[in-house]
Ligand binder design. Sequence first.
Ligand SMILES: Cc1ncc(COP(=O)(O)O)c(C=O)c1O
Length: 457
Amino acid sequence: MTTAELSTALPEIITAQVPGPKSKELLDRRDAAIPKALCGKAYPICIKQGAGAMFEDLDGNKFLDWVGGVGVLNIGYSHPEVIEAVKKQTEKYFHTIFNVYVHDGYVTLAERLNEIMPCKGEVKKTYFANSGAECDENAIKIAKAFTKRSGVICFTGAFHGRTNLTMALTAKKVYAVGMGPFPAGIYRAPYPYVYRAPKGYTEAEAIQYYIDELNRIFDEGAPASEIACMIVEPFQGEGGFIPAPIEWVKAVRKICDENGILMIADEVQCGNCRTGKYYASEYWAEAGAAPDIITTAKSLGAGLPISAITARAEIMDAAPAGTIGGTFCGNPVACASALAVMDIMKRDDYAGKARHIGEVVTARYKELQAKYPVIGDVRGLGAMIGLELVKDRDTKEPATEIAGKLIQNAIQKGLLLESCGTASNVIRFLAPLTMTDEQMEKGLEIFEAALKEAIEG
Ligand SMILES: Cc1ncc(COP(=O)(O)O)c(C=O)c1O
């Protein structure tokens, strides 16, 4: 099957079960050669090729991918124009170390991001790192350099990566077992998870509750004058696909402004057209609450490792020479990929595609919610949609087991799903935005069938 054919194909499982024999053989080799921590049993899948929102495994099974490399594949697998741009760059040179000498792709990509990043300020600057964790860590370094303060506020449910600092910022401790000690000066406030706010609260009361809890840090953790920054995911990913309500964001912006604290929007997962805007912080900017610093990664390079940190020039210029940069940061091939991605996403209105997919999938998820009491909540922004499974709509006890079964059933029918949330009971939707309407329809059919089977047993 050619990649062109695969991009419009529908899911189809042709082996008696997944994994088929060829995938099984590679999985066995993986188990022998790779550390156990990277050999989870949940996804018995080995890829042969991918195109659009589809991939084929080694045994010829065709899957529709609603995980998208956890937010990396907004533009789909192997977009032909991105391949072309990457090939052209590799024919010229693979690498320069930007701290030593300059290549055009780095500067051009920075200029393009400076034009569109919805953070505060007229004149912006950008620099690059290699991963989500690295750009978050760099944003904090920049905030410390600018404010000359050391404290950092993060939130419950947050995921910011697996370096020492970002493990400390990350809430779910399964990501950091036995890895301490962690840096001091990190304080955690509850993220505005309105669905799980104290019982009986209206949304407005819940938001006030979360703001009061945040303010408590200044009495019980560290004075506001010692806090450099707060780091927030506009649409929390790993923590359970939870949007930050705009009234909460406005109140946080006010606290930051009153206390000289920088507000960092972590758009590693939710950026690059996922939420129906190019960057989710556009929603904040429209409400008069633009962040000071934006970080992004994942779909920025369509799979090549690159991440970006953007802020107004006065913040960015505060870092002393030598404190930022790195060997592979802003690699020319990754920059070429990111520039091609940006051209395509703007030309083909990927934010519009996200809004279209989001409307269809959210409407269908809500229909399912009316039919199946196990679906406690459906929430989304564009094509970033969370569906939370609970044992009881009143107690909201997480239905973790049903979520696990749903994922396994879906795999056997050719749909790739993934969970998130502290209790792994939220199904996250991150399908490539290149998915066709026919594929989306088929995916929704499979989703319901897999859910029904999971509920029945
Ligand atoms: C919001 C957010 N920040 C940071 C990261 C860390 O990114 P990486 O795995 O590229 O280090 C992730 C990864 O899932 C993320 O979702």
